[in-house]
Design a protein around this ligand. Sequence first.
Ligand code: FAD
Ligand code: NAD
Length: 486
Amino acid sequence: QVPFFENGQKKKTLVILGSGWGSISLLKNLDTSLYNVVVVSPRNYFLFTPLLPSCPTGTVELRSIIEPVRSITRRAPGEVIYLEAEATNIDPVNNVVTIKQSTTVHSGHSGKDTSSSKSTVSEYSGVEEITTSLNYDYLVFGVGAQPSTFGIPGVAEHSTFLKEISDTITIRKRLMDCLEAANILPQGDEERKRLLSIVVCGGGPTGVEIAGELQDYIDQDLKRWMPEVASEVKVTLVEALPNVLNMFNHKLVEYTKQVFEDTNINLMTNTMIKKVSDKTVTAQIKKKDGSSATAEIPYGMLIWATGNAPRDITRNLTSQIEEQKNARRGLLVDDRLLVDGTNNIYALGDCTFTKYAPTAQVAFQEGIYLGSHFNKLHEIETTKYTLAKPTAADNTERLAKKLAKLQEKLPIFKYNHQGSLAYIGSERAVADLVWGGWSNVTTGGTLTFLFWRSAYIYMCLSVKNQILVSLDWFKVALFGRDCSKE
Ligand code: FAD
Ligand code: NAD
């Protein structure tokens, strides 16, 4: 990458961590010719998370909702380096980020210090780790969050999350394993009942959407392939609070409850899972009279969807900065997304804790904002540089005025909430939409489902994704979904 601009000014290095909603949106809105841009992420593709719940059942294919990072960097105006690695340590004092790549492919490294890049290689259990470090002038933290378990015993060992592509493959395989294993057992057998019990923990949008998708699959497709088994599968959604989808209008919450009742999704509200073993969950049920009872719910598959927790790398950074000592749920940032206590680290999306919900919509808008912010920062830096080394042609008084104006007018981030959408199963969706500052529309049903589909097609990152997702929906309408394990 070019170290200097033609006027002699040093080109600054901008390291972007992550390839999710926030970081990719930033990348698409940044003039990458103004910085040496390095993207570091263990995932070499962008994942369109809103359609992730549709993948385990095969409503949408995995490859239809991913977009390689390189197809985005290739179209950038300036060179962008992508490194498939995860950040493992940040040194905010010396502006150094340590990154690690884990690979099962032998890289040919000797394991000794390779001097210039300061890389080290260590090997354990067939996985080779390559560790190196990068210096940065600016760092953007867009590492997202990890699924929360609230430290509940057994969750990490026995449940599956719904966060990454690999989770959808696990859910698919586990579902088919349970169905086939139950099919061998006689009707009425307790083990058969357990295997056919699918428990989803968490009545936020993730839990509601996956419960709806699974029930759709059972009603619309499994009934054709394995009718006896299909009639016995029970999907249970467990929510600690009195309602599901708490961020939606109350009418839509009631509507969702009704749809669940009509489609036989067993909704257990006021029920908090306290412990998970390999075959059952233990839950505490809060009764109307204020008393509580304990219930054991046997399960064949448990999907855990109780929201977000900070990643280790986020905790690593907060632990090093005095101003972040109260940051339990994510990095604290100012109005310009600058991490409190730093002057060159920015953060966006789910790794931050702000007044906004951790959604793709927020991360995406923050990415757009940061793209334009860095373009403006470059203009400020260039003006400062010219002021420090003026040529005969430069009017320093005018430049000083321009600099003051640029700094004074550096915009802050303003979120524009456009509403919330969620799929609730049986070709129905709920929508709380905001049009401008003046109108709210609260709607649920089949027309909303069509709107949901159109909106998500519109939001897909590329035309290729839009076509693939549309074709997937068309294929399912034509042939249905199969019951293969893969
Ligand atoms: P992410 O998109 O999660 O990206 C984080 C990136 O950081 C990833 O590329 C990851 O590989 C990378 N990374 C992780 N660790 C490291 C590390 N140590 N170093 C470097 N990189 C790292 N929101 C909506 O608004 N609408 C929806 O319909 C919706 N549906 C959803 C459905 C599901 C199933 C889920 C799980 C979430 C959904 N969300 C939705 C929420 C939305 O996906 C998140 O808010 C959004 O992904 C946050 O963007 P982000 O860039 O902060 O993080
Ligand atoms: P969430 O935080 O929205 O909901 C988690 C739910 O789990 C809460 O209702 C909580 O009360 C419940 N819970 C926690 N512990 C429990 C326990 N032990 N037993 C029973 N219930 C328990 O989480 P999410 O659904 O994963 O969503 C995460 C973020 O992603 C949110 O900001 C959400 O808005 C966003 N998202 C949006 C969409 C969409 O807009 N369609 C879809 C998915 C996710």
